[in-house]
Design a protein around this ligand. Structure first.
Ligand SMILES: C[S@@+](CC[C@H](N)C(=O)[O-])C[C@H]1O[C@@H](n2cnc3c(N)ncnc32)[C@H](O)[C@@H]1O
Length: 269
């Protein structure tokens, strides 16, 4: 199979607009409600006062160089695509098919309009990450960005991506809190060994019972070690870490073992 990271670099093609006036775009942007993605739709900014700045463009700038510049002939799945910022960027890089899924129909409506203004074809579907098996296909590049910490079952989501939709590359991003330290994970620990739970580089997933940042859908926030450990555990080899929250990964076959979607094994303790 063609290795995605070895494809040649090309110049991104310009995107065209279907000829809406600025007033028409502004009006439709307002009608489509609150935007999380600050897109530039022919000069109209969709979320100019975003609390993270020009988001997600500033995030994208931190890792854009780490994924193939030429995606011609490649298929892309954008999980939790929101208003389509990354989906549109993948089309700018020439991706053949870009499928964007999101559980929120309001965000999908924004993505549909953004794609129309930018003159790109996106396949947008209202679908939960937990239902990705329904897509019935694997994609050359899967984007799973800014979604993990919104899930009550984050490891299940990674397992489902591995099992059903990832063929080669995964771009993963999560909000992270706690230490940035990463320690090598031991093969096993004695039942009475507890000191490692205090070490900052041990994988930790913080559970938010109520709200974080006024958002009741922030459930689990990993530290960096935990992001890395969960990715490995779900069958993703980390190729690079170009930005504090972003990991570029390659899908690997998993050995037999106690994985969420595989056989359970029981040991002492
Ligand atoms: C923080 S935004 C991230 C958007 C985009 N991926 C990015 O990185 O900028 C989280 C997105 O995930 C979507 N989402 C939340 N839970 C989901 C689920 N179970 N399945 C699919 N999408 C989900 C939300 O509707 C929202 O659009």
């Amino acid at each position: 199979m063609n290795n995605l990271l070895s494809t040649a670099v090309s110049t991104a093609p310009p995107l065209t607009s279907p000829g809406l006036t600025r007033d028409q775009i502004e009006q439709r942007v307002r009608e489509l409600g609150d935007w999380f993605h600050n897109l530039d739709l022919n000069g109209v900014k969709t979320a100019p006062d975003h609390f993270l700045g020009d988001y997600p463009r500033i995030k994208w700038q931190g890792f854009a160089r780490s994924i193939p510049a030429d995606l011609r002939g490649k298929s892309v799945l954008d999980i939790g695509c929101n208003a389509g910022f990354y989906s549109i960027e993948m089309k700018r890089r020439g991706a053949g098919r870009v499928v964007g899924i999101d559980s929120d129909p309001g965000y999908l409506a924004q993505a549909r309009f953004a794609a129309q203004v930018c003159g790109v074809e996106l396949e947008l579907r209202q679908l939960s990450i937990y239902d990705v098996a329904q897509l019935g296909e694997k994609f050359d590049l899967v984007l799973f960005m800014g979604v993990l910490y919104h899930l009550r079952h984050p490891l299940l989501a990674l397992d489902l991506i591995h099992e059903h939709v990832a063929r080669d590359l995964l771009v993963f991003q999560s909000m992270q809190r706690g230490s940035d330290a990463v320690e090598t994970v031991a093969e096993d620990h004695h039942f009475w060994e507890t000191e490692m739970f205090e070490r900052p580089g041990f994988p930790r997933l913080y559970f938010i019972e109520k709200k974080y940042a006024a958002d009741p859908t922030n459930w689990w926030i990993p530290n960096r070690a935990c992001s890395e450990a969960m990715l490995r555990s779900a069958g993703f080899e980390i190729l690079s870490h170009p930005e504090a929250e972003v990991f570029i990964c390659r899908r690997k076959e998993l050995p037999d073992g106690p994985h969420a979607l595989g056989t359970m094994s029981h040991g002492p303790g």
